[in-house]
Write a new protein. Sequence first.
Length: 112
Amino acid sequence: MKKLSLGAFEELVLLTIGVLQDNAYGVTIKMELESQLNKSISLGALYGALQRLEEKGWVDSRVGGITEKQGGRRKQYYDITKNGIAALQEVRSMRNELFDRIPQSKINFLNS
């Protein structure tokens, strides 16, 4: 099996695309991430991550229709693929397994 290579920021972008569904394009993805992370995200970092995710086959992009709001430009929408969902499930499973191995006494200590 090919080694999973999903960085933390890419994971957040992929999750956000899944959340936004048919409304996932650059600006909405950026706004949602900034809202969740409570910090500013550069469009360059976002589009770099989107390109990597597309190259890995975890997102597909499609060009929407022309709108006057966009000044006649088309929006590029992103959709999570079946392989993207599988990558997220694999990462989630790995994180849960590791978290479950932390001794309960350590978690209790850190929470007190």
